[in-house]
Write a protein that binds this ligand. Structure first.
Ligand code: DGY
Length: 320
């Protein structure tokens, strides 16, 4: 029997590509170029499956033009806001994602940003690096202590739960807002809030770990930021769309927020040039899951889903 033909849209880990080539007739992208909607539509007529990343957009207009040959979109990401799931379901295309395997890596980056924002890491690094470090005194570069503070987690899914565990290592008191309260064994002492309004005033640090959906877009707007304690710090490793970026700038400029740590932006790649003028905003280019171990695990998870699909089973991470 001939192998299913698979298009892997971006350059993935070597181990992933080797395994994919063993089991599929693979079209790779060694130059790691970005595909347009037209590329996606063209390729859909040439393959049975696509393994994309969040950089490829399957919006309703693109999905409508997909060739019926393509049967499954096996995402190399946990977030699927780049996919119009309703449109894909309507076309009878199976969609999967890669949950679980990136929780540790993403929580590491959230912790890095939390600590970096609190202790002025971007400002300090830039000062030393540029040769501008010419003084020291007890009043120099004073930041916000993390130990013992209250951490509010929005979205207590897999990444949120790992973040809570890491925060406990800093003796933080963990509060969370989630659609449903977790069982006690998973809560591990974290305090449940049934609304965002209840969580915000107790969040010295607020870390976002929920997906971007129609309901959560712009969740952290001016109103929400104003409900945080004065001098709070916002961390976003989930999706840029969760935050009203203009409102965030205003909250930083007014001193309402002491700092922010961001791995995600409304515009990616690129980010928000206005943020770059603020040294108290620590920024990374969407690298929450970018570790060797996690890239292999994400690739393998996507391939596991494809294997299940093409052997007639139901992929573990089937969304539609
Ligand atoms: C994810 O998996 O959603 C990460 O943001 C990387 O795409």
């Amino acid at each position: 029997m001939s192998k299913p033909r698979l298009w892997i849209t971006r350059k993935l880990s070597q181990n992933t590509e080797i395994r994919a080539q063993r089991d599929y007739d693979v079209v790779l992208n060694p130059d790691d170029t970005l595909s347009t909607a037209d590329d996606i539509v063209r390729m859909s007529a040439e393959v049975d499956a696509i393994l994309p990343c969040h950089s490829e957009h399957f919006d309703a207009a693109t999905v409508e033009r997909l060739d019926p040959r393509v049967k499954i979109i096996a995402n190399h990401s946990v977030g699927v806001d780049h996919c119009d799931l309703d449109a894909l379901k309507k076309q009878g295309i199976c969609v999967t994602n890669t949950p679980d395997v990136l929780s540790d890596a993403t929580a590491e980056i959230a912790m890095l940003l939390l600590l970096g924002a609190a202790r002025r890491a971007a400002e300090g690094d830039s000062m030393v690096r540029s040769g501008r470090w010419n003084t020291w005194s007890p009043s120099f570069m004073v930041g916000t202590q993390v130990t013992g503070k209250r951490l509010g987690i929005v979205g207590m899914g897999r990444v949120g739960q790992v973040m809570a565990r890491r925060a406990r290592g800093f003796d933080m008191q963990v509060h969370y807002y989630n659609r449903t309260q977790l069982p006690e064994a998973l809560e591990q002492g974290a305090i449940f809030h049934s609304s965002l309004e209840s969580l915000l005033p107790v969040s010295d640090f607020l870390s976002l770990h929920c997906p971007a959906t129609e309901q959560t877009k712009g969740l952290i707007n001016s109103d929400a930021l104003m409900q945080l304690p004065d001098g709070a710090i916002l961390v976003n490793t989930a999706r840029g769309a969760l935050v009203d970026e203009a409102a965030l700038i205003r909250a930083i400029d007014s001193g309402k927020l002491a700092a922010a740590g961001l791995d995600c932006f409304v515009t990616e790649p690129g980010g928000n040039p206005e943020f770059a003028t603020h040294e108290n905003i620590v920024m990374l280019p969407h690298i929450g899951s970018a570790t060797l171990e996690t890239r292999d695990a994400m690739g393998f998870r996507a391939l596991d889903n494809l294997d299940a699909f093409f052997s007639g089973g139901v992929p573990t991470d089937k969304l539609v």
